[in-house]
Design a protein around this ligand. Structure first.
Ligand SMILES: [Zn+2]
Length: 381
């Protein structure tokens, strides 16, 4: 810890880096609840010395626990909700094999370092920094750490929305984009599974009796791909396909998984209707679609705009320009923003390579962004 001339502790990049690396070194893939719970244990252990009130909700459906930590000075008023996820997309063993922690000048590599252990730690560090300065915040501050954001937050959504409604602002520790931008608009997402049923037949002896489910799926895929409209911010992508058994059998079934992104609620509703309304094009085939919206979209409304401008002014005081951007990727911020709660996302570390084996953060972004967190928590009222 470094101090100023009055012996007041300063925001210390090395101290932040060391803390982030401790979190990165606990691998926590979404589908491994005991691994994610080890991460929750670590955050609890770090929160305890600063006097945070802790609440742990047992995991379900094969996911880890949910952790809620409240600043020691919290009261019942609506305050600030800090939203983070503990899981990563990287399987156990990534640290030892494909992506060990490494530093090359300003760049620090590690699985989950950018998405989003770096950002989650920054927010924690800001609270710890305020505690050691003997300061409090005008509003209560609640941290919510979820175990399965990377796979859709199905077990934590109710808690995200409940705590979102109890608070006035939501700050999300997802990584910064394109050189440090925060996110004020996100597309929504919907997932579908399309099943085509045809009729099996011997591909040689009785070809004419068969109704090829793969051929019908191919026609459906062209219809789906045609729904993409970049100008309207709508994309449709068939990401997984499986069908057939042997090459000498006309296939009776084929399945595909479809990812749809859209800018806002009306577009989401329209896309659901269109995808769920797919109908068979070939004779004697059946098309069934299940699925729907996973995360609603959100656009910069006046509340989000005001929150962003507040953060922008704080960043200018610190000495950097904060810009905002839109993202086609979804986050848990989608849930709270769609409820109309001013939500600022992308407040994590700067870097690049989320979900890849070159995932990295920039050391130089740690101090200014930790400072931004301290100031946000100290000034939002
Ligand atoms: Zn993330």
């Amino acid at each position: 810890m470094t101090s100023d001339t009055n012996n007041q502790p300063l925001i210390d990049s090395d101290e932040i880096l060391e803390g982030i690396l401790q979190w990165v070194n606990i691998e926590s893939p979404s589908d491994d609840p005991s691994a994610v719970n080890r991460m929750a244990d670590k955050i609890q252990a770090d929160m305890r010395p600063i006097g945070a009130t802790l609440e742990r909700i047992p995991g379900r459906d094969g996911y880890g626990d949910i952790l809620i930590a409240r600043a020691p000075w919290n009261d019942e008023r609506p305050g600030i909700l800090v939203l983070s996820h503990m899981d990563t997309v990287h399987p156990i063993g990534t640290l030892e094999s494909i992506r060990p922690v490494a530093r090359d000048g300003d760049v620090v590599f590690g699985p989950g370092i950018y998405d989003m252990k770096g950002g989650a730690y920054l927010a924690y560090y800001a609270l710890r920094h305020l505690v050691r300065l003997g300061r409090t915040t005008p509003l209560p501050v609640t941290f919510l750490f979820v175990p399965e954001e990377e796979v859709g937050s199905h077990t934590s959504r109710e808690h995200i929305e409940r705590l979102g409604r109890e608070n006035k602002y939501v700050l999300v520790t997802e990584p910064a984009r394109d050189g440090g931008k925060v996110v004020t608009t996100r597309k929504g997402s919907a997932d579908f599974e399309v099943t085509v049923t045809g009729r099996a037949a011997h591909a040689g002896a009785r070809h004419q009796d068969g109704r090829n489910a793969i051929a019908e799926m191919a026609r459906q895929i062209l219809v789906l791909e045609d729904m993409t409209d970049y100008e309207r911010g709508i994309t449709v992508s068939v990401g997984v396909i499986e069908g057939g058994t042997f090459s000498n059998v006309v296939p009776a079934t084929c399945r595909a998984q479809v990812d749809v992104r859209f800018p806002n609620a009306p577009a989401g509703k329209e896309m659901c209707e269109r995808v769920l309304g797919l109908c068979a094009l070939g004779a004697d085939t059946k098309v069934e679609v299940i699925g729907g919206i996973n995360r609603p979209g959100y656009e910069k409304d006046p509340g989000i705009d005001a929150l962003f401008n507040h953060a922008k002014a704080l960043a200018a005081d610190i000495g950097f320009e904060l810009e905002d951007t839109t993202s086609g990727g979804v986050s848990d911020g989608n849930f709270t923003a769609a409820l109309g709660i001013p939500t600022l996302d992308g407040l994590g570390v700067n870097g690049q390579g989320a979900h890849t084996d070159y995932e990295q953060m920039y050391y130089s972004s740690l101090a200014p962004r930790a400072d931004l967190w301290v100031r946000l928590l100290s000034t939002l009222s």
